[in-house]
Design a protein around this ligand. Structure first.
Ligand SMILES: [Zn+2]
Ligand SMILES: [Zn+2]
Length: 306
């Protein structure tokens, strides 16, 4: 359950992830930030309830891009009713203004905020976010880095490739959420159309398990010891991936690096665990990461995906 009232920790949970809808919730210091809005209102309310939360906890929504698994018309209408601001890119604004009556109402009522990539935007005292440009076949696609004194989240989904600058932007986050979309062999051998296979595997499609592992590995290399504290795997393809394949790809990479890190594989059909971080410890100097063989990995806790 998300903590009620004043929460002196950072709490993050994926409410749904995959090509049928994406929503995550981050709460810290009395502020609730939703990333994407890709479920209908009824299911979204139920998923919020399942993590002990509700719409009252949501103070802002960040939109990553305008593919239909990342926003829904009726959920945008909920933002209007509840007077919750939506943060989006100017390109999203142009696109949504043409197709979404709820979006236009949101804009008319002064609930629309624009972000530009790489700009640091203050949401609340000491809580900032920065949009990170991603390579994807949508007008503009953004990942997010959200920082607060209690911790930070890096969230990147829907990208076909990554550049070193993205890994640099994600360095030293406490929770790293990255798309592990497909297994390349499963994608190539699927009965999808050649066009769709080429799209997914292309630089403007989605990250494979191996590409995502390489990105995480680079973020770990650039981060100080102890960060990130959690890895969350996002947006797994139902047809061309399996949770065990995605998880094993990440564990292999972590084992090669000699790093122990909890791995959570987000699901489409249920909420993920609530990841909770306390006040951030201060590191003085370099502390070497423990080198742990695979057999010393902690057992999974209830709710963790295997
Ligand atoms: Zn998507
Ligand atoms: Zn997309």
């Amino acid at each position: 359950m998300f903590t009620k009232g004043i929460y002196m920790s950072m709490e993050f949970s994926v409410l749904a992830s995959g090509s049928s809808g994406n929503v995550s919730l981050l709460r810290m210091q009395g502020m609730g930030i939703m990333v994407d809005l890709g479920l209908g209102p009824r299911l979204l309310s139920r998923r919020l309830q399942e993590v002990g939360s509700d719409w009252q906890d949501v103070n802002a929504v960040l939109l990553s891009h305008t593919h239909s698994d990342h926003w829904q018309e009726r959920s945008l209408a909920c933002l209007v009713e509840r007077r919750i601001p939506l943060y989006c890119h100017a390109i999203h604004e142009n696109e949504l203004a043409q197709v979404s009556p709820a979006f236009n109402r949101l804009r008319e009522q002064g609930l629309l905020r624009n972000y530009t990539c790489e700009e640091s935007i203050l949401l609340e005292k000491e809580i900032r976010f920065r949009a990170l440009p991603l390579s994807h076949d949508c007008g503009a696609t953004s990942g997010f880095r959200i920082d607060s004194p209690l911790g930070s989240l890096g969230y990147v989904s829907d990208l076909g490739t990554w550049q070193p600058s993205l890994a640099t932007s994600l360095a030293n986050v406490d929770i790293l959420a990255v798309e592990f979309n497909h297994d390349v062999g499963m994608e190539r051998n699927s009965n999808r159309s050649p066009h769709l296979i080429a799209r997914v595997l292309g630089d403007c499609g989605h990250l494979s398990n191996d590409q995502a592992s390489e990105l995480v590995s680079e973020v770990l290399r650039l981060s100080e010891p102890g960060r990130p504290q959690h890895l969350v795997q996002l947006h797994l393809s139902r047809q061309c991936n399996r949770p065990t394949l995605a998880r094993n790809a990440a564990l292999r990479m972590l084992n090669d690096l000699g790093i122990q890190l909890p791995v959570h594989t987000a699901r489409q059909d249920r909420v993920g665990p609530i990841l909770r971080l306390g006040p951030r410890p201060k590191f003085s100097g370099k502390i070497p990461r423990p080198r742990m063989p695979m057999s010393h990995y902690q057992p999974l806790l209830p709710g963790w995906e295997d």
